[in-house]
Write a protein that binds this ligand. Structure first.
Ligand code: BT5
Length: 263
């Protein structure tokens, strides 16, 4: 099969490589396999369809053909302390890649930690996974799913797809997932360079805050057994969410954000 997927120019210039597969369980698992098999890193794995696509906490990521499923493998990209920042590098890169198609559009935002929203509906999700391989090197896989042609209709948080955005609309001369991947791979390579192994996370954070959805608004953080309400103040120097409540500020490391209805 001839693959239409290709890396963007910046990704090629920075020695990223690409493996394209038709149907996989999860591109994150494929990338992880490459890492365990001794890959040097900077490898993208893209698939047309996933049958075991997953989100955070083992949730299902709906993955029919027509959307983008891409995972990038990095080996020892930074000191372990900085690895969680890669989700934000990917979030900013994904937002910029979508921005290449929709322009500088205030309807595009990032919901903490790293969901892309368009008009408040989820357009893309990011899953960062890390593990240590027997030689002691750290394997980092960042999976990105972008709804290009379709989105699931039965999600608790509303979802959307590029095909529903009027300025993108109908498919042009190539599949939307192919165009999206070219932009995404280049934007990721560029922001990875800016990040500089975490030395410049401040720049990633500043860009992230420009895209941030719900900033200054009343939100609820849902975690396994609790729900915490407050005002979304900012993210700190490690990307943690700062929530201001009646008892002062709380630092949130993980959870799902929901926007509260106005009083
Ligand atoms: C995420 O998890 O948003 C991370 C999704 C990462 C998917 C990519 S695709 C390439 C790579 N390979 C994988 O196996 N995964 C990565 P989370 O924040 O936990 O959101 C998951 C929730 O989003 C689900 O429980 C659904 O409610 C909803 N959902 C499922 N599929 C969706 C879709 N295609 N679009 C929008 N929402 C979806």
């Amino acid at each position: 099969m001839v693959s239409l997927f290709e890396l963007g120019e910046t990704a090629l210039a920075q020695n990223f490589r690409l493996v394209h597969l038709e149907k996989v369980s999860s591109t994150n698992d494929e990338a992880l396999k490459h890492g365990l098999a001794g890959e040097a890193g900077r490898l993208w794995v893209v698939a047309d369809e996933q049958v075991g696509g997953r989100g955070r906490l083992g949730r299902v990521w709906s993955s029919p053909t027509g959307n983008l499923y891409a995972s990038v493998l990095l080996i020892d990209p930074a000191l372990p302390l900085h690895l969680p920042e890669l989700g934000f590098v990917a979030g900013v890169a994904a937002a910029e890649a979508v921005g290449a198609l929709v322009g500088d559009n205030p309807r595009l935002g990032i919901k903490w930690p790293n969901d892309l929203l368009f008009d408040g509906a989820k357009l893309a999700g990011i899953l960062l996974e890390t593990t240590v391989r027997p030689d002691g090197k750290r394997i980092c896989v960042i999976g990105i799913g972008v709804n290009c042609d379709s989105n699931p209709l039965d999600t608790p948080y509303p979802a959307t797809a590029l095909a529903k955005i009027p300025s993108i609309g109908g498919e042009g001369s190539e599949p939307r997932a192919v165009t999206m991947f070219r932009h995404l791979s280049s934007c990721f390579a560029a922001w990875l360079e800016v990040w500089a192994e975490g030395k410049n996370f401040a720049q990633i954070r500043a860009k992230w805050l420009k895209y941030a959805a719900h900033l200054g608004q009343s939100i609820t953080i849902a975690r396994q057994n609790e729900r915490i309400e407050g005002i979304f103040k900012t993210i700190d120097s490690q990307g943690r969410l700062i929530l201001a409540g009646p008892q002062g500020e709380k630092v949130i490391e993980a959870g799902d954000v929901f926007l509260n209805a106005p009083p």
